[in-house]
Design a protein around this ligand. Structure first.
Ligand code: ADP
Ligand code: MG
Length: 728
């Protein structure tokens, strides 16, 4: 009999290593080759057009139509010289992927002549038929028009002969249908608020931008094994599969030697990334078998997000060439580590300062403290909103379970900085400080860089950890578009910085000296954000109890977490900075619920299919083997069946009972789905899917995994965990 699992294993074992395409030894020679960088613009645009573009990028201004025409012409010439035949607006609909619709430059005219055409209009704005992107009710299909508009702050690039123009995507009525639009708005909000605070210390600063360095984790599996698993193909994760006897217990994979086949894949996608100007730097094995990580040099947030999405798609493509599949799902395999995408976040100024890095003088350290406590307070005031921003169906399999930070927000500052905050809190007070007290405090603050230098303590259990010169938000899932957590973080910190600035101004108005006012407000912020600081084990039961004592809100489940979007505080925050209006937030809430329920629905269908079409027939086949065997024993030893075939009969009974349990759980699951689907309220429906449909799926899985342990290995049709996770 044909067994697709063995066919797949045979294919995998006969693989020959795939050669790396063209390894450039000097990466700087290929870096950014396929990007319309400022340097390229300078060559392809006239001086005045180039200057207008730079000016528009720096100040977020609109680009004039006449100038757009000239940019389009330059871009077209540049792209065609590099073999491009098509162009597309490249944007980020609300579904964690990117969208593109290619149009040819070629333009045949009526006389049968043809020429290549691209204009400022086509560059600036396009009108994709957008009826099939998630809109959360913002756009009915009869009014399906959506506009994509060029984002000049992220450079155009060429992939496979197509010029891709990073764009925003909005509805006919102007609401954002994407991640980039509110991201750019949140960056503008942060810029304004942060420059105002910088001005208290340094008049030279005129622009502040958030920076992001993501760390992308992923799994690799052989293509043939992947193709033999309908669950992996359709849902990105295994819905069944018994744990392998050996997986990550020996901790021998983390930072281990990278297998040859994987290294070839890495070299290949890294070169592709370099050509696209993505500054990937770090590669290593992760904790789980066949889990890896890739991290770039940090960049301005908008570019970093574009680069992350671009890299994910490049990795998918290159993997195919190496007969591999890359899994970005947060939890492809139960029982071993899942994948995250840590977001390292900070703020930088146009004169080269990292605002979350302590400086060399007491003054620059007070500036550092100001930005530091504003971020702390943002985490304290908007912690559950930050957590909601990364809550998703796929990420929910990973969060909480002793491997990734739990759903409760807390901040780890490190013991030394923690003590420093306590001492500032204790020593500054609302009374006027004596000159001696002031000097002493400033001297103390001046010591921050020294203490951070030897501050090697790291806390892996904290969702939001300060790591010396940036915050690391660890709860983000590996498949996530980082925009949403960045939008929330930028906007929340913008709010705190605005408050900081206003509080200082109020005190100064009352006659308090500026430097003392700053210290007093820092102290107020330390006190106000105290409840969010936690240095202990974020995975422990004690922390859950402690957090509830502190009154920190945390959602018990995913669909509940989504509700943070609707809280009046969240609505007010986004409205104040014009990042998202209430209609747009509602739409996002709706989309989050809808996506959640669709994903569970798909999983539930596949699980039922696989049970009926793969598992139960296999179980019955093995039942028949056992029945034949029992019959045979009975024939040979007619009077001794009980004694000789006892185990055989028990096993047979066990299989029958598992099969029955799978059948009945599946039937109840399908019935539950049908009942829930009649509920027109999407969030309510999602809640039911989370609770009831998932419960039945895990019940089925238990019995299926038990069968995998009983049934003859020769018959089992699905690649097993030990095979999927064997060294590539
Ligand atoms: P670790 O695994 O110890 O967290 P990595 O080297 O894997 O460290 O990742 C660190 C990430 O932090 C890199 O992507 C790096 O670019 C980023 N990073 C460093 N400084 C900053 C900063 N100022 N702003 C944003 N990201 C930063
Ligand atoms: Mg990290």
């Amino acid at each position: 009999m044909k067994n697709q699992r063995f066919d797949a294993l045979n294919i995998m074992h006969s693989r020959k290593p795939v050669a790396v395409s063209e390894v450039a030894s000097k990466k700087s020679e290929i870096f950014g080759k396929d990007v319309f960088t400022l340097a390229q613009m300078k060559r392809y645009l006239s001086k005045s057009v180039y200057e207008s573009v730079v000016e528009a990028i720096e100040h977020g201004r609109r680009i004039d139509r006449s100038i757009a025409d000239q940019v389009a012409e330059g871009m077209k010439v540049w792209a065609m010289e590099r073999g491009a035949t098509h162009y597309t607006h490249w944007f980020q609909p609300l579904n964690d992927s990117t969208a593109e619709k290619h149009d040819a430059f070629l333009n045949p005219d009526l006389d049968g002549e043809s020429f290549e055409y691209f204009s400022g209009n086509l560059l600036s704005q396009q009108e994709p038929d957008a009826s099939s992107f998630p809109s959360g009710g913002l756009r009915n299909t009869f009014e399906a028009r959506g506009y994509s508009a060029w984002d000049p702050s992220s450079p155009a690039f060429i992939i496979d002969g197509t010029l891709c123009i990073p764009s925003i995507f909005v509805s006919y009525t102007g609401e954002a249908l994407d991640f980039k639009t509110p991201l750019l708005k949140s960056m503008a909000a942060l810029d304004k608020a942060a420059v105002d605070v910088c001005q208290l210390f340094d008049k030279d600063v005129t622009k502040v931008f958030p920076t992001l360095g993501w760390e992308q984790e992923y799994f690799l599996v052989d293509e043939a094994l992947y193709n033999a698993r309908p669950d992996l193909i359709q849902t990105g994760r295994t819905l069944m599969g018994h744990t392998a006897a050996k997986d990550q217990q020996l901790e021998d994979h983390y930072w281990g030697a990278i297998p040859q086949r994987v290294e070839a894949f890495m070299k290949d996608f890294e070169d592709a990334a370099y050509r696209l100007g993505i500054p990937v730097k770090t590669r290593h094995n992760e904790v789980a078998p066949n889990q890896f990580e890739c991290a770039p040099q940090f960049e301005e947030v908008n570019i970093a997000v574009d680069h992350n999405l671009l890299l994910m798609s490049v990795m998918r493509n290159i993997a195919t060439k190496h007969h591999l599949k890359v899994l970005f799902h947060e939890k492809p395999f139960a029982g071993i580590n899942g994948s995250g995408k840590h977001c390292n976040w900070s703020m930088a100024t146009d004169n080269g300062q990292n605002l979350l890095a302590p400086g060399r003088t007491p003054k620059s350290n007070i500036q550092f403290l100001a930005f530091f406590v504003c971020t702390l307070k943002a985490a304290s005031d908007y912690g559950s909103l930050i957590m909601a921003s990364i809550a998703s169906e796929t990420n929910s399999h990973r969060l909480g379970g002793n491997e990734a930070p739990p759903a409760i927000m807390s901040v780890f500052t490190g013991a030394t900085l923690n003590r420093m905050l306590d001492s500032i809190e204790a020593r500054i007070n609302d009374k006027k400080l004596t000159p001696d007290e002031k000097t002493e405090i400033k001297l103390d603050i001046g010591k921050i860089p020294e203490i951070l230098l030897d501050n090697t303590d790291r806390n892996r259990t904290s969702p939001f950890a300060f790591t010396g010169n940036r915050f690391e938000f660890r709860a983000t899932g590996s498949s996530c578009n980082c925009s949403m957590p960045m939008i929330v973080l930028n906007t929340a910190v913008a709010e705190e910085l605005t408050q900081f600035n206003e509080s200082v101004a109020e005190l100064v108005e009352k006659g308090v000296k500026k430097d003392e006012a700053i210290l007093q407000v820092i102290r107020q912020f330390i006190i106000a954000s105290k409840n969010i600081r936690f240095e202990g084990n974020g995975y422990s039961e004690e922390w859950i109890a402690e957090a509830s004592k502190r009154g920190l809100r945390s959602a018990n489940n995913v669909t509940e977490a989504f509700k943070e979007y609707l809280r009046p505080e969240s609505v007010a925050l986004f409205k104040k900075f014009k990042v998202l209006n209430e209609v747009e937030l509602n739409a996002r809430y709706e989309i989050k619920n809808e996506t959640f329920l669709k994903k569970v629905q798909i999983e539930s269908r596949i699980a039922a299919d696989m049970a009926a079409n793969h598992i139960i027939p296999t179980a019955i086949r093995y039942q028949n083997v056992l029945i034949e065997n029992i019959k045979g024993i009975n024939e040979v030893f007619p009077s001794q069946l009980e004694a000789l075939a006892k185990d055989e009969i028990e096993t047979l009974k066990e299989i029958i009972s598992h099969v029955n349990a799978i059948r009945s759980a599946s039937a109840v699951m399908v019935e539950t789905r049908h009942k829930l689907n009649r509920n027109p309220d999407i969030p309510e429906r999602a809640k039911g899917y989370e609770k009831d449909v998932r419960a039945k799926m895990s019940e089925m899985r238990e019995h299926i995994d038990a069968l995998e342990m009983i049934i003859d290995d020769e018959l089992w049709p699905l690649p097993k965990y030990r095979e999927l996770l064997a060294t590539l």
